[in-house]
Design a protein around this ligand. Structure first.
Ligand SMILES: Cc1ncc(COP(=O)(O)O)c(C=O)c1O
Length: 363
């Protein structure tokens, strides 16, 4: 048995595996419209929003691009916040579209400082948007969206474009209460669903920005999407199988309850961190901003990334992720999002202790 503890794709529960065996249907049929409506409404409950939540057949990066091209024009000023590799990717997407981007970077392992974000924004009178990653999967650090939005709004009212790819669904991010304008996530993370769907919410303020946004777009055009979404369809052929899977996953998640789901992952994150520290592993990064869906640890002293993760997989069936960017070869990351129990964490940590103490090499 493989214990897949990477931050996506995450394991699929039996209900979802069963749903993947469903025969195809026409995507222009009443059955499809029922499927689409149920999925969009279910996802919206976890986003805690009244906004439309679009279902794009895409990975998370497509939604990242959609957030940018539907709200901004080349030459617009924007402030981008990066605390790691996925923040950097968001910035690359913005730059690719000719936005006049100011980037505020925080060292890996840190969250963005709300005061510094607000100060940087205050110095940019024409800044249209702030782009930020909620849960930086590369370092297992989460930004404090409550503190950041509050600090910024003392100075003005920019659009907030938020990457919640690896947190939405498992973590409490009340989109409407926080006034977040475009928020996106993808199916292979918290949602216990195969890769293939990106879910994107669009606020009334984002729709205002859409009216004047000049970035080139076709597939990811929100207006194009909305025309079909209103009748519970998509303009192009959707990933029907992924929708079957997401519907099954949502039924499981909603069966547990939205608040109960958030609590489950908060407690599981605490449990994981405690198990790891009790076992003698050193957690990486500012633990006051530790992610509730993934945990990063320093590699044990003297262990190479290849050996540690290689033996873990080969001998114990535990698959964890390595570091990314500057953290490559320095940390490993254990995911606790989606379909995961305390027993999965116990087995993973137990195996890690054995691998560390055996000090073997991959054979
Ligand atoms: C925070 C974050 N943003 C964006 C992405 C990119 O998502 P995708 O691989 O679905 O394009 C990831 C993927 O791990 C992520 O964790």
């Amino acid at each position: 048995m493989i214990n897949l503890r990477i931050p996506g794709p995450t394991p699929l529960p039996p209900e979802v595996l069963a749903a993947l065996g469903t025969q195809m249907i026409s995507h222009r049929s009443s059955e499809y419209r029922e499927l689409h409506a149920e999925v969009a409404a279910g996802v919206g409950q976890f986003f805690q929003t009244k906004n439309d939540v679009f279902l794009f057949t895409s990975s998370g990066t497509g939604a990242m691009e959609a957030a940018v091209v539907n709200t901004l024009s080349p030459g617009d000023k924007a402030l981008g916040i990066s605390i790691g590799t996925f923040g950097d990717r968001f910035m690359d997407v913005v730059k690719a579209h000719g936005i006049d981007l100011t980037v505020l970077t925080f060292p890996m392992g840190n969250a963005a400082d709300p005061v510094k974000v607000a100060d940087a924004y205050a110095k940019m009178p024409d800044c249209k948007a702030i782009l930020i990653t909620h849960n930086e999967t590369s370092t297992a650090i989460a930004n404090d969206l409550v503190a950041i939005t509050q600090a910024v709004r003392v100075h003005g009212n920019p659009l907030f474009l938020v990457d919640a790819v690896s947190s939405m669904g498992n973590v409490d991010i009340p989109v409407d209460t926080l006034g977040l304008d475009v928020v996106f996530t993808s199916s292979q993370k918290a949602w216990m669903t195969p890769p293939g769907l990106a879910m994107v919410s669009v606020s009334p303020k984002a729709w205002e920005a859409y009216k004047t946004a000049q970035c080139r777009r076709y597939y990811f055009d929100f207006g194009h999407m909305k025309k079909y979404h209103q009748k519970h369809e998509t303009p192009e052929t959707p990933a029907v199988a992924a929708l079957f899977a997401l519907r099954a996953a949502l039924r499981v998640m909603l069966g547990k309850g939205v608040a109960e789901t958030f609590l489950y992952y908060r407690e599981l994150a605490d449990y994981t961190r405690k198990r790891l520290t009790d076992a003698g592993f050193q957690l990486f990064g500012d633990q006051s901003h530790a992610s509730n869906t993934v945990t990063a640890c320093l590699l044990p002293a003297g262990a190479s990334d290849e050996d540690f993760r290689g033996i873990l997989k080969k001998q114990y069936g535990v698959v964890v992720s390595g570091g990314m960017g500057d953290m490559k070869g320095k940390i490993f990351r254990v995911a606790h999002m989606g379909w995961v129990s305390r027993e999965d964490i116990d087995q993973a940590v137990g195996a890690m202790e054995k691998v560390r103490d055996d000090k073997g090499t991959v054979r």
